[in-house]
Ligand binder design. Sequence first.
Ligand SMILES: Nc1ncnc2c1ncn2[C@@H]1O[C@H](COP(=O)(O)OP(=O)(O)OP(=O)(O)O)[C@@H](O)[C@H]1O
Length: 178
Amino acid sequence: MASLAFRRHFGFAFEANRCTPRLTPSTPPKVPHRALRTSHPMSRHLSRRQAEGEVALSKEQKRALDRAKAGKNLFITGRAGTGKTILIRAINSWATSREKGVTVTAPTGAAALLIDGTTIHTWAGVGMAEKSARYYATVDATQIREENQYPLSLNFEKTELLIIDEISMVGWFDCLSC
Ligand SMILES: Nc1ncnc2c1ncn2[C@@H]1O[C@H](COP(=O)(O)OP(=O)(O)OP(=O)(O)O)[C@@H](O)[C@H]1O
């Protein structure tokens, strides 16, 4: 149910067991050896330029981009180096140029940096608890929401397109497809 709600809200989402379509680039794109080396974090700038048009997307990447443009939910998976990050950059670039409310996230700070995004926890407002575990276990959920300093509802409302990189590292990932 949760995943359905997310999909309804965002139009483009992350893994869900009934989510469509499942794009699985099985073979790495044919790229020059020099380009393959740019997956190193220090080569982010070059990768960004590639996503902005200097490198033509592969057929499979284009197919995924077209589906994203059509507002479909996507689960993008594939072996290392098959072009997932470049695809994310291309989707982000397209969404930004259309002034869509796009948020690019990842479960860890390091992963988020690679895609110029933010952590999923920051976006969702999951921060450090300010009170004891006993307090949160006993108090009413409504009260916790009222006390929350993060403008969470704004984050959810302004995000039309949510991208989560490295979703398998998200601890509560399984809950999303419940
Ligand atoms: N269509 C393309 N044309 C040329 N080079 C590409 C293309 N797609 C990706 N690349 C290059 O292939 C390399 C791997 O791409 P990318 O980093 O997007 O893969 P990935 O699937 O995200 O890898 P990982 O799973 O390890 O993060 C990079 O150097 C990237 O610049």
